[in-house]
Design a protein around this ligand. Structure first.
Ligand SMILES: Nc1ncnc2c1ncn2[C@@H]1O[C@H](COP(=O)(O)OP(=O)(O)OP(=O)(O)O)[C@@H](O)[C@H]1O
Ligand SMILES: [Mg+2]
Length: 302
């Protein structure tokens, strides 16, 4: 037991060292208006490769809009200084998606609050969809995958604890399980950056913790960069090293998780402390997860 945890720490340090200094995300002067409403009001955001960053802020503060622009799902406003690069590839600049955006987007996996699985397809096929960016189109449209690709999908499902569900229709799984399938799909895609927009908002605390454990494990073991928007501040502090807080479409706080205190949160949310959503106590169900054999998180605090 002790030996295993020592090994894990060594791997983590090596991963961080190999990634240090490389930018996974470079967003400059990013704006987005919908009619008269400014959703994102000129954001500069750099994320180092291998980091795990939480994006927090009240409802309507611009989190989803910013994440969608980073992933190239929507355009920024036209602005000559405005640009977004992910894994050193241009996603968009001056309000226009790059002409290679389809290819460049393969560096980014997007995890949605509502999972975005094809409900009538099997769990394994949903995971294989993560390969659509790299296999010939005709194969994708026929859902024709090689034996080796299917093996990779099973291995990804095993990693999220769902290999025994491979043949089942996605619609038959619980919300938490569906979100883990979505994460397995991102593993198959082998994207450098995982962008997750409130991945635990529709989940019970137990499933939420398991999903965050898996994202954290992928960050630590595989060195993937993770940016995750969250409403529950305690989850953000426990799982992420850096916390970026948005208010009215602007970055209001940008701190290490250790440095973030209650006053920062009261200011960010513009509310009383007892009105902030800290989330359900993480330690409450931690023992259950350990006994289930799920990835054990390196919690930044108890
Ligand atoms: N497609 C759209 N059309 C018009 N307005 C939009 C659109 N998407 C977002 N907005 C507006 O932009 C602002 C920011 O929305 P966004 O969804 O990014 O906030 P959020 O921080 O993700 O909120 P939540 O925590 O509720 O998910 C809001 O005022 C929202 O109403
Ligand atoms: Mg949102």
């Amino acid at each position: 037991m002790i030996k295993l945890s020592t090994l894990k720490i060594n791997i983590d340090v090596n991963r961080l060292a190999s990634n240090s200094g490389t930018k996974a995300i470079e967003a400059k002067s990013v704006r987005k208006t919908f009619g008269n409403n400014t959703a994102v009001a000129g954001v500069d955001l750099d994320v180092q490769a291998g980091d795990m960053v939480a994006l927090i802020g009240s409802s309507g503060s611009g989190k989803s809009t910013l994440l969608r622009m980073i992933a190239g799902l929507i355009n920024t406003d036209k602005n000559e200084q405005g640009s977004i690069k992910v894994a050193n590839k241009v996603i968009q600049a001056n309000g226009k998606l790059d002409k290679n955006v389809r290819k460049n987007r393969s560096s980014i996996a997007f995890i949605f609050q509502q999972f975005n699985l094809v409900r009538r397809l099997s769990v394994q096929t949903n995971v294989l969809i993560g390969l659509l960016g790299e296999i010939p189109r005709w194969r994708g449209s026929l859902c024709w995958f090689t034996k080796e690709e299917k093996q990779r999908a099973l291995a990804a499902l095993e990693r999220v604890g769902l290999n025994s569900f491979a043949e089942q229709r996605a619609s038959t799984l619980s919300g938490g399980q569906q979100q883990r399938v979505a994460i397995a799909r991102s593993l198959l895609q082998d994207a450098d950056v995982i962008v997750a927009d409130e991945p635990i908002a529709s989940l019970d605390p137990r499933s939420a913790k398991r999903v965050m454990d898996i994202l954290s494990d992928i960050n630590k073991q595989d060195g993937k960069t993770v940016v995750v928007s969250l409403h529950q501040v305690d989850y953000a502090k426990a799982y992420c090293r850096r916390i970026v807080g948005l208010a009215n479409g602007e970055v209001k706080i940008d701190l290490s998780a250790d440095a973030l205190n209650d006053e920062d949160l009261v200011e960010l949310y513009g509310t009383e402390k007892d009105e902030i959503d800290f989330g359900v106590s993480l330690s409450q169900s931690e023992n259950e997860f350990v006994s289930e054999g799920a990835a054990v998180p390196a919690l930044a605090r108890a």
